[in-house]
Design a protein around this ligand. Sequence first.
Ligand code: OOB
Length: 546
Amino acid sequence: MLSGCPTWPKEFADRYRAAGCWQGETFGEMLRKRAAAYGDRIAIVSGDRRISYAELDARADRLAAGFQKLGIKPMDRVVVQLPNIPEFFEVIFALFRLGALPVFALPLHRKSEITYLCEFTEAVAYVIPDVEAGFDYRELAAHVKESVPTLRHVIVAGDPGQFDALDEMRTDSVSLPEGPSASDVAFLQLSGGSTGLPKLIPRTHDDYIYSLRVSAEICQLDESSVYLAVLPVAHNFPLSSPGVLGTLYAGGRVVLARSGSPDEAFPLIAREQVTITAVVPPLALVWLDAAASRRHDLSSLQVLQVGGAKFAAEAARMVKPTMGCTLQQVFGMAEGLVNYTRLDDPEEIIVNTQGRPMSPYDEIRLVDDNDREVEPGQVGHLLTRGPYTIRGYYKAEEHNAKTFTADGFYRTGDLARLTPTGHLVVEGRAKDQINRGGDKVAAEEVENHLLAHPGVHDAAVVAMPDDYLGERTCAFVIPHHPAPTAAELKAFLRERGLAAYKIPDRVEFVDSFPMTAVGKISKKMLRERIAQQLQSRTHQHKQGRS
Ligand code: OOB
């Protein structure tokens, strides 16, 4: 077992096993079984490439052998930053077979995030594409490799440049080690986070495969299902809710898209007869517009999942009439708990709630600031515990003591209420995070980067309302003199290698911050200030036009 990973107490592990949640199967075994059952059936479609279950299984074996030859051992960490390409699956299943651990990075992560991930996990290898969406990942890797001594290999899907080519790595020549056990950690997933440094989430084969099985059941996936992946597959939502892995679990077909643009996604839906796909709310709005104004055959689509951030009821109501399919709201988190509206829920529940926990073994608590349960129907802090919700982050003892209760409940940082039907409605957030249309931005992380600028005395990053993304980021800055400009600060953060979605959308210079009674910066008042400012500006605009 990987050290630094809190796990379930024996009593709970026994319970989840006895209940049949954890069935003792690893990802390596899961793929082997599917290959035996489905052989020549297509598992993955990417452009003109079609990869069968048998082929994926064989390729994962050969790559695992290649990784082993390279010196990658069980429990070694490997940062995987791949877009939606077939190699993603080959690489992760090869690592699963070896018992080495993928550490999932998102395609938009840059030097700051990747260096941290490699350093913190003491990664031995980093897997990248060559050039994707106009960005050369080999240049990023060159920087990262220079500063992380544990990193021995950079492996490139495509033209390797100065590094190792994934394509030349497959080999038949070695026998593989025995493989991990199902209760071992299978991979590390990144938390959306609210702290200065991102936290890592250890998920086991047992717990993750359980979440795939239940998700696939709730979404009624089977061999005839076709899942279109438009969101980056390393994210927990398209990975497992039920996502690409849930689809492979069910023996269905995964179709990979490089972007969520309707120009790419809609023709793919028609060509591949896609039955289910998942988007974040801003993308859902784009799709609703495109579907209303363009002629595309979307008739194969049965379910459109929307999640990652709150989907407004007015937009939710438009999905069925405009797209001709059932909306499913998904409220989940990489730490575990996932809530779904069920496909046969009444329309009012589908439109107005974020669903209910997927498992009967999920435990939910809604509490006040003093951890006392709120009255039924009232808004409270959402706490949860269950067979696929972690008991602690990787190597984060101090943080874990605050983020988990003594009896193992995870403090999600979300504010929610329960309807009389048992459905959750997300009402806000207590954590210091901005949810930028599904992309999570930890305020403290951005503040720390801002504070590194010599012209910044203090910084406070908050959410501001936005019609399209739901929220954007606003950085309030107390400058030193001479004060930097907003453009200079943004350029500074980009140069530090911060992912673009974390660069503040707006910078407001102020002389001081409003304080709470206990002398902390009042982010609530800052949020209200910027919201009001934006509102009066829109108001003036409207008056100006009339
Ligand atoms: C998903 O996972 P993460 O880890 O990127 O973010 C989790 C957080 C939640 O704690 C919540 O604050 C927010 O994202 N969130 C939603 C939401 N879905 C996620 N807030 C309101 N409404 C929703 N429907 O985002 C994620 C993981 C698995 C499945 C779906 C989403």
